[in-house]
Each structure stands twice: as C-alpha cells, then as structure tokens.
Design a protein around this ligand. Structure first.
Ligand SMILES: [Zn+2]
Length: 304
C-alpha cells in the first residue's frame, strides 16, 4: 500500500499542508473513556471549549486518546467540521492495551501482526476512515508488556516515519529512548512527554533526552496537580541553553472536571495564562512560536 500524506499533515478531515497547522496543542483528549473515573463531554461543551481555544489563536489539537479508550473518529471529524479546529488523531496502544484488539492479537509472539496492523491503519486512506497522524504510546512506565507495546510502535514508526509521542512516567524517558534506538527509530521524530511528572526530574534528565535529538513535551500545563513554578524553572533552563527547537507545550486535558465550565482550566489556558508568564520571564516571541507552531509542524509533517 503506498504511503499517504507525505510532506503533509494528516488530520481527521484529511491531509493538510503543514503551513495550515498553526498554533498546536500536541497532547490533548477531547473524549476519553477509561471506565469509572471518566466522564464524557457533550457536544455543546466541546464546541464552546474549541471556540475559546480558537479565540486565543489556537488552530490544531492532537487528540492522543488512543483507540480503546477514546471515541469513534467520526465524532472527532464532526467536532473538527463544526468548530474549524484541526484535529490530528493518534494510533497505537495505551499502556494497558486491554481494549485495543482481541487478546489473540496481544500475543508477544505475534508482534509482526501488530506492526502490520498499525502500518495498515496509518496508510489506509481509501477506506474513508480518518487516518492517524501520529503514533502514540500514552503514559508508559517500564513493565515488560509496556516495553513490548513500545517496540511494536517503534517498528511502525520506522516503517512510516510518523512522529512517535510517548508520555513517560517519572524519569523513564531515557529507558524508552534506549529501546527506540535499538529499534532504529530516528529520535528526531520522537516526543517524550510528561515532562513534569510528579517526581520532577532534574534539568539534566531533560538535557540528556534532548542530546539524543528527541523533543520534550511539557504537556500538563495548567493541571491543578502540576507544580507550575518548577516546570517554568526547568523550561527556562532549557531555553537559556538553546533547546527551543526541542520543546513542545500542551495540557493533556482529560475530563470534564478539568474544564473552565466547572471552574478549572480549559484548552486556552496555555495561550491565555501560561504564555504571558513566559513572556514576563523574558522568553522571546521566537521561542514561543517555535514551541507552539514550528516544532509541532516539523514533528507532524510526514517525512516518508
Ligand atoms: Zn494524555
């Protein structure tokens, strides 16, 4: 099957020219269903949220709710068509891939099938279903099963060139990069997320990741549990050292109770609240543009 969308970015409504991407949140959830704790959003609420995001200059969202814990892509397509926000969807497996495929496909002895499955999904433009524009492996730690999911995703990345976005628990990003390197992944196509996690790794951890060529995502901006001043400190440290081309920002908003409608944050928090703090701390417009527009564009543009 020929590759689709080369030199373009795949959204749920079809491929777009990279110049159309604009300001992008690289790790969000519009609908998520993880069982008891999750709550779904109604269309009115999501439309309101998207128009607030747009009003602050937002253009695109990467919906990293992987199949199995998300909602049908047709729903994402409808949101995008109604609101004009471009949505890139992810393919891959959540860390505990119970819902993704029948158990028979989960057998580690059949990795090749899983790799094929991902590649087909990425390249099957002719079925009419929206194609994934990124490979996601959400919230990995280090269990054997998770490593296996990462290897499968890595092989699909090598075959398709798509960006691989893997939020890492605590300081596990380096261990993930070791596996990706073994699998021959071009690390400049990799985003290590959760650059904030509860343990707040030291600056050196991020520098080590960036020296491999990978990008770090600070993707819980605005979360009530996030220690914002510490994240700000690390971020400024990286920018001062010239790493602006390897940083992206996002919010990883999951549930209704994270939203402005209920008095918490919203999808426009980054633009409305956090970027002014960066400016105040002396970060230049060019660096902000790199982190919110240029870096997402480079990462999401299909290269092969
Ligand atoms: Zn997430």
């Amino acid at each position: 099957m020929p590759a689709v969308g080369v030199n373009q970015i795949m959204t749920v409504t079809g491929p777009i020219d990279p110049s159309e991407l604009g300001m992008t949140l690289l790790h969000e959830h519009l609908y998520i269903n993880q069982g008891g704790a999750s709550r779904r959003r109604n269309d009115d609420l999501i439309d309101e949220e998207m128009s607030r995001f747009k009003a602050e200059g937002g253009r695109s969202i990467v919906e990293l709710t992987l199949p199995g814990i998300g909602d049908p892509e047709e729903r994402l397509k409808a949101i995008s068509e109604r609101t004009g926000v471009q949505i890139v969807t992810g393919s891959g497996w959540y860390r505990n891939p119970v819902n993704r495929l029948p158990d028979s496909r989960m057998d580690p002895d059949r990795e090749d099938n899983m790799v094929e499955y991902l590649i087909d999904e990425i390249d099957d433009y002719w079925s009419g279903d929206p194609n994934p524009g990124v490979i996601g492996v959400d919230r990995l730690s280090v269990s054997r099963r998770e490593y296996w999911v990462l290897r499968v995703s890595a092989r699909a990345q090598v075959a398709t060139g798509l960006c691989l976005n893997t939020p890492a628990i605590r300081d596990r990003g380096l261990a993930q990069l070791d596996i990706l390197t073994e699998e021959g992944v071009d690390l400049s196509r990799v985003v290590i997320g959760y650059g904030h996690d509860d343990s707040y790794p030291p600056l050196n951890y991020y520098l080590e990741i960036m020296d491999t060529g990978a990008t770090v995502a600070f993707d819980n901006i605005g979360h009530p549990r996030m220690h914002e001043s510490r994240v700000l400190g690390v971020l400024l440290g990286l920018l001062e050292r010239g790493y602006r081309e390897q940083v992206v920002l996002s919010q990883d908003l999951c549930y209704d109770d994270s939203l402005a409608a209920d008095g918490y944050t919203d999808y426009a928090y980054l633009q409305r609240e956090f970027i002014p703090k960066l400016l105040e701390a002396g970060v230049g417009e060019k660096a902000i543009h790199a982190m919110t527009v240029e870096n997402p564009r480079r990462l999401l543009t299909r290269t092969m």
